[in-house]
Ligand binder design. Structure first.
Ligand SMILES: Nc1ncnc2c1ncn2[C@@H]1O[C@H](COP(=O)(O)OP(=O)(O)OP(=O)(O)O)[C@@H](O)[C@H]1O
Length: 570
């Protein structure tokens, strides 16, 4: 059809997401060798009148058909767009109305119960819309369900099913997408390609395959339907949060949609993900302490990423760890080293989505040193660089937190995020994930259930508005550091280590003090004679050394305890 109506074809291609495969192949494949010669030109004979009329009729019939198909496709697209938008708008309207009428009943005795019921009703309505619209709304819902420090539990709990709701795109649609994006069939690249994905998430799915030269690979392919709706869906998300801000200015969550507008296009560009993975791989090749494996990138396009296949088990698969005699405390320490390296390392890239599905543990008895395992890292779609001054202030803030030194904490909270006295306690809690009374005493103490309850109770007593405003004003990259902290904390808690968080805090102190020490080294270069510089340098050096000694003494003590078989007694 396209070759008959060349003027229509660009339009058809633009508006028809599922272009037929034969047409696509024609579009992309090189022209076959010309076998005819121009010398044997056929004699031109006049075309009889009725045949000419027939040709005109057939041509216009095909033209009309093409136009109808096009218009139908356009109309279908527009109708679906209207449907998606109206689902969002109507849910938003009903929820805003519901909240406004519930909030007016603040004086009622059972107001808290009414509010909880309203949260639940609205969360359920929203869930239906997210599920029906699918696409990036699933991703948004998954993200919201993890914001349990920010959203009422009725919202987070209602959205939990979205964590496992990952669409699976059909194998045919993947074949079409590969052909469309590369001009080649899957069979041109791969000897074999498993039709069933080994992993599916909101944006992509991963298939196992074998390349023509026999290498086992993992092929990450984007869900083809995302391309059609991601721009509209982002606009709808922005509209939703802006409407919420208009009606409830104290719950301004627009920073969430703003962050999504920056992150999502990056996460949807697998060529960028390939570059991130290569960069992280190079970075960790020189880090001695961290047993990290980042699968090699073989080639990458915007919606297709072909990587070396490296498999492992989720870090919370305790049965796998225990049956392979992988020490959970060592896994916890390795994860702490990896993520502190990403936050504090010079020019280190920060992986901003380190959840349990993006990390795997693989038994590796041949690895030198204490660890008999590798930590595999997947999904390099969202990386950030932390600016050097922020990294340094953040290191000082953590050292102050670990020393429970409040004046210094206040000073560096201001330096890191412009946080004044008003929000200071809340900010310290957000950074550490601990109740502020604990931060003031010993942040490294294990978290009790009572403490978790205290945090959620205090949020319902009006701190929520403060927290929302606070998160709206801190630098964006800090939000991602907080998210990374949160995820690594929960990874660590799920490991159920023997010693609790003491060692991971010592590791954090090691990286933070190294960062401060490096800054002092830089400061004294060329001006060693200034007594203040010299003093600051000696102070940073002694702090760093003290932490190093404490950490290595603690690790030796753990080794000794393991040797003596004292674990069973704990
Ligand atoms: N190189 C690889 N080798 C083996 N398995 C892989 C590889 N890359 C990804 N996987 C598997 O596929 C799963 C999904 O991959 P990945 O996390 O990159 O997808 P995603 O769409 O970005 O997921 P999410 O958005 O949930 O993080 C991983 O959890 C892992 O099990």
């Amino acid at each position: 059809m396209m070759s008959s109506f060349p003027l229509l074809s660009p339009f058809l291609r633009r508006t028809t997401p599922w272009t037929c495969r034969a047409c696509l192949r024609k579009q992309a494949a090189p022209l076959p060798p010309q076998r005819f010669t121009f010398a044997t030109k056929a004699p031109t004979r006049p075309i009889p009148k009725n045949r000419r009329r027939r040709r005109i009729v057939v041509a216009s019939g095909l033209g009309i058909t093409a136009a109808v198909v096009t218009v139908t496709d356009d109309a279908k697209h527009a109708a679906t767009a209207v449907q998606r938008s109206s689902r969002v708008a109507s849910t938003l309207f009903v929820c805003i109305k519901d909240y406004r009428s519930t909030l007016k009943r603040g004086q009622d005795e059972d107001y808290q119960d009414q509010l909880k019921a309203c949260h639940l009703r609205c969360a359920k309505r929203t869930l239906v819309t997210l599920e029906k619209n699918g696409s990036i709304f699933i991703k948004l819902g998954q993200h919201l369900s993890s914001l349990n420090y920010l959203l009422p539990s009725e919202w987070c709990d209602t959205f939990i099913p979205l964590q496992d709701k990952c669409p699976v795109s059909s194998f045919e649609s993947i074949q079409e997408m590969v052909l469309k994006d590369t001009g080649h069939e899957l069979s041109d690249y791969f000897e074999s390609f498993e039709e069933q994905p080994i992993g599916a998430a909101s944006l992509a799915q991963v298939h196992r395959a074998v390349t023509k030269d026999g290498q086992k690979v993992a092929v990450k392919v984007q869900h083809p339907a995302l391309d059609e709706w991601s721009k509209l869906d982002l606009a709808l998300t922005r509209f939703t949060f802006e409407s919420l801000r208009y009606w409830f200015p104290e719950y301004d969550l627009t920073w969430l949609s703003e962050e999504m507008e920056v992150s999502l296009p990056q996460e949807l560009d697998f060529a960028l993900e390939g570059q991130n993975a290569i960069r992280a791989r190079k970075y960790f090749a020189h880090v001695r302490d961290a047993p990290v494996i980042i699968p090699d990138v073989i080639w990458a396009k915007r919606r297709i990423l072909v990587m070396e296949y490296v498999s492992g088990h989720r870090p919370d698969d305790l049965e796998y760890l225990d049956s392979h005699k992988i020490d959970r405390d060592e896994v916890s320490a390795a994860l702490a080293r990896i993520f502190n390296e990403m936050i504090f390392g010079t020019n280190a890239p920060l992986h901003c989505d380190p959840h349990g599905g993006n990390i795997a543990i693989r038994h590796n008895p041949s690895r030198p040193g204490k660890a008999n395992f590798d930590v595999i890292m997947y999904d390099h779609g969202l990386y950030r660089d932390i600016p050097l001054p922020l990294r340094r202030s953040y290191a000082k803030l953590w050292l102050a937190v670990l020393d429970a030194d409040e004046p210094r904490m206040r000073k560096y909270a201001y330096e890191v995020a412009g946080i004044g006295d008003e929000y200071f306690a809340l900010f310290a809690s957000a950074i550490t994930g601990r109740d502020y009374t604990i931060v003031k005493q010993n942040v490294a103490a294990p978290r009790t259930k009572q403490e978790k309850d205290t945090i959620s109770d205090s949020l319902t007593e009006g701190m929520l508005e403060q927290l929302i405003q606070l998160l709206g004003q801190v630098p964006r990259v800090l939000l991602l550091i907080l998210k990374t902290n949160d995820l690594t904390r929960s990874l660590d808690e799920n490991l159920h280590t023997r010693q609790g968080p003491a060692r991971t805090f010592l590791i954090l102190a090691q990286y933070a003090s190294r960062t401060v020490y490096e800054e002092q080294l830089e400061a004294i270069a060329g001006s060693f004679l200034w007594p203040s510089n010299l003093f600051a340098f000696l102070h940073a050096w002694s702090t760093y050394m003290r932490v190093e000694l404490r950490l290595s003494a603690y690790e030796k003590y753990l080794q000794l305890r393991a040797l003596l078989g004292m674990e069973a007694l704990i």
